[in-house]
Write a protein that binds this ligand. Structure first.
Ligand SMILES: Cc1ncc(COP(=O)(O)O)c(C=O)c1O
Length: 376
């Protein structure tokens, strides 16, 4: 078997320069858990500390450097560029689920007798939302996955001319499965419906192009591959703003034009300061390179963990930084990972569970070595 370093060389992958040092957490634990939360980078922390210092010690004028419109404009611009949108198509939102709720409310789905189609690879919290909406009378159709991917034929059977919205997680938090977004948006549009994508497990990790993919609405928080800030974004296609998607909640930040019309309150300035640095960093690395960096790490887990008794539930060919495995003995697996100081997402009952492993820019083949060493 090739060692991690030899494998990396063979795959043509290189470490992203300086990324390990940028995230000190990665030297303390083998952190393979970005799908839960990304560690903060040193540069984002420095900026936030400077801002907090100003808020703690003053003078009042020191706030100005961080609480200003220019910073917000730049953050919006950088996020827009990340997903190939116009800045006027981006609004700030506190979180992914807030964004999804704004879309569900703004489309007047129930009042118009329409339905929503989603699937069980969507986030559990979103499914709570949909089940509650169903209880309140909304026609909600939840498609079951087949072998942990969505079968387009199931979607075709569920969508009809009353469908207003298809809602999916572009990259599933369950197993990293990447939906065929273009095929789904084509289907939605052919029925006069719209496509909403939850991109919290995708933004900053895999390329997103709202235009090429035909995405009408998207939302995400920044605490995963956008590298922190407890901050969020909502994209609304320009021609749907205020027409198909009405603003239903208003406040001091609501504007007459642009996607800012869906904003309500003051944004988290700390989050904005963090995102200002994080998005600059992500753009400096390039999402294509971040995506490519994950490939050989995930490939090795796919190749080697099943033989150690951990079959994967992530479909072959999945191009995301997340891979999940069935776990027979959760307690024993947890003990081994703990002993090796390796962090993943591991859950389930004594009868069996699941482990999700996720990688980011700071991970390298030595991290994979340690996980495999603990379990294989
Ligand atoms: C796919 C997905 N959507 C949404 C969320 C939660 O997002 P937020 O806290 O921004 O509402 C998560 C959290 O893990 C997630 O994995």
């Amino acid at each position: 078997m090739l060692s991690g370093a030899a494998l990396m060389e063979a795959s043509g992958a290189t470490e992203l320069e300086g990324a390990r040092a940028e995230f000190p957490w990665a030297s303390r634990e083998t952190y393979l858990n970005t799908a839960t939360e990304h560690p903060l980078g040193a540069r984002t922390t420095r900026a936030m500390e400077e801002y907090l210092h100003a808020l703690t010690h003053g003078p009042d004028s020191a706030r100005e450097k961080f609480e200003n419109g220019r910073l917000m404009v730049e953050v919006k611009g950088m996020f827009a560029r990340l997903v190939n949108a116009q800045p006027s198509e981006i609004g700030f939102t506190p979180s992914t689920q807030t964004g999804e709720n704004l879309v569900l409310e703004g489309l007047d789905i129930q009042a118009s007798g329409g339905n929503v189609v989603t699937n069980d690879l969507h986030y559990g919290g979103s499914l709570v939302n949909y089940r509650n909406r169903r209880k309140s009378g909304m026609d909600v159709r939840i498609i079951k996955h087949r072998d942990y991917q969505m079968d387009m034929r199931d979607l075709e059977r569920s969508v009809d001319r009353k469908t207003k919205l298809i809602a999916i997680a572009l990259v599933s938090n369950v197993n990293g499965y990447v939906h065929d977004v273009k095929a789904i948006s084509d289907l939605a549009h052919a029925h006069g419906a719209y496509l909403y994508c939850d991109v919290i497990q995708a933004a900053g990790a895999v390329p997103i192009d709202v235009k090429a993919m035909g995405i009408d609405f998207l939302a995400c928080s920044a605490y995963k591959w956008l590298m922190g800030g407890r901050f969020g974004y909502l994209y609304v296609r320009e021609d749907l703003q205020g027409t198909a998607l009405k603003a239903k909640l208003f406040g001091g930040r609501s504007t007459e034009t642009g996607a800012s019309r869906y904003e309500i309150s003051t944004v988290s300035h700390v989050g904005c300061v963090c995102q200002h640095q994080a998005l600059r960093y992500i753009h400096s690395l390039g999402v294509e390179r971040i995506w490519a960096h994950a490939r050989p790490l995930v490939a090795r887990l796919r190749n080697e963990l099943p033989a150690a008794g951990y079959p994967t539930i992530t479909p072959a060919g999945t191009e995301s930084p997340i891979i999940s495995f069935d776990v027979k003995d959760v307690a024993a697996t947890r003990a081994r990972l703990k002993k090796a100081n390796v962090v993943t997402t591991l859950g389930g009952s004594p009868e069996g569970g699941r482990m999700r492993v996720s990688v980011s820019v700071f991970n390298n083949q030595s991290d994979v070595d340690r996980l495999l060493g603990a379990l294989a």
